[in-house]
Write a protein that binds this ligand. Sequence first.
Ligand SMILES: [Zn+2]
Length: 263
Amino acid sequence: MTLQSPPRRHHPGPAASGPVLPGAVLPGPVAPDLVERLPHEAVAVLHGANVGVLGLGRLGLQIARTLASLGARRLVLDDAGTVRHDDLGAGGYRLADLGRSRPAAAAGVLADSATTTAVSPGVLDGHDPGTLTAAVVVTHEQIDPACTWRLVAQGVPHLLVTWSRGRLEVGPGVIPGLTACLRCVDLHRADEGVPPARGRHAGSGVEDPVLALAGAGLAVARTFGLLAHGSAPRGLTRTTTLSLPDLAQRTEHWPVHPVCGCA
Ligand SMILES: [Zn+2]
């Protein structure tokens, strides 16, 4: 996938408004999305949707399998890596997949799942991201906002899922022009003295199977939020960080940053 750097826009804008401060920790039940009924509108959209899954470690594979089982029309699978030993086992790849390209192996796993979902294995370079209904991007370490700018520029709703220091962060879900993008999040964090994110390492690194299992359910629920964002945009503005040993969670809310220029 070829992702371009964002234009450098630094025009000032009005201060963010709303009752919740950027990065505020919100109280509430664990992953409330998971206990709500799946929105019918989103299910209908999924049945006609082309969804990209970028980063096909154990977590990305489970997200793809779940979206297929729920009737996604087509999945475009993107990962330049190969299946490793730590990708095998529960929720992961099969022993016979060891050493195969992750997109090809994931397509085989999906084929064995008896779904009707069409699968396009291979990196996204051969596809126009603008043809995607939505995308889920699973990365290791903080992702550079420049890497997702093409999705923002082409109006593709996308969910960021990030492994970092043994924790898993799900969100934000980005509806370009409507909700905060990843650059907005970095700008808010910079306001608080947190260094900006750097690098893109999609699909690399060891993925804990427990966090992957919990995170896949939450990521799919947030993906449904992307597909039916008109009815539930608020959940998309959150990042939920899961950590072991007890799946403790931290939830933060991110409004559009006034100087980002994405909305
Ligand atoms: Zn932004």
